[in-house]
Write a protein that binds this ligand. Structure first.
Ligand SMILES: [Zn+2]
Length: 219
């Protein structure tokens, strides 16, 4: 048998890490300003390797009155093609865009849980459903199975690649460092590079605002 099939639900477990967090350092990355980043919002420092794709996807959502970067099926197709997740020129439907947004929302819920927040279990159920058709094939060498790779087509293959990135990051111990900003109005994805991994906010601006609010609330 050349390979085995598993569904995405089996491939992706969910770990809720109840981290006690405090503010860490967050430098705004100015060098990386892609055309499809949210206009007017400086991107947080990118996560390492392919984990940046997950961070970037979560950060395409509309925030604080800004536009949704994935507002149309064409926007989504372009975003995925820019990252090599679908071939250039792929056409997607509105139903596929809706499914991709459920994946984005579910990943955001996982990052919120990584920050110590209460996980949105309904969003996680929608994530399960939205990726139910993403399939994986096991690959073998002479030593046995060496891993799973997405083996669907179109959007499902792209969603499978996203799940594979999450699984790999968990295996390598980096997943819990991708967090959602603790300021509720922001919730942007950031990679926590603070010592002891106790960062709470995506940037100093959010940290300052949160502290200012707390100060006013107690005074
Ligand atoms: Zn923030």
């Amino acid at each position: 048998m050349p390979g085995g099939w598993v569904t995405s639900t089996a491939a992706v477990g969910v770990i809720m890490s109840g981290l006690e967090t405090t503010e860490g350092s967050c430098k705004v990355a100015r060098r990386r300003k892609k055309a499809d980043d949210t206009p007017g919002v400086a991107a947080p420092k990118p996560a390492p390797g392919e984990l940046e794709i997950i961070q970037s996807l979560v950060n395409t959502a509309s925030r604080e009155g800004g536009p949704d970067v994935l507002a149309t099926p064409r926007d989504l197709a372009r975003w995925l093609a820019n990252r090599g997740l679908v071939p250039t020129g792929t056409e997607l439907t509105e139903e596929e865009r809706r499914r991709a947004l459920e994946v984005r929302e579910g990943l955001g819920a996982l990052l919120w849980a990584n920050s110590g927040g209460e996980p949105d279990r309904e969003a996680l159920r929608r994530l399960d459903r939205a990726t139910a058709d993403a399939r994986f094939q096991a690959h073998f060498d002479e030593t046995g199975p060496i891993g799973f790779e997405p083996a669907s087509a179109g959007l499902d293959n792209a969603l499978g690649r996203l799940l594979e990135i999450v699984v790999m990051a968990r295996r390598e111990g980096r997943w819990s460092l991708l967090k959602a900003c603790w300021r509720p109005e922001c919730r942007r994805a950031f990679y926590d590079t603070s010592q002891a991994s106790v960062g709470r906010w995506c940037c100093q601006r959010c940290g300052n605002r949160a502290r200012g609010r707390r100060h006013r609330g107690s005074g």
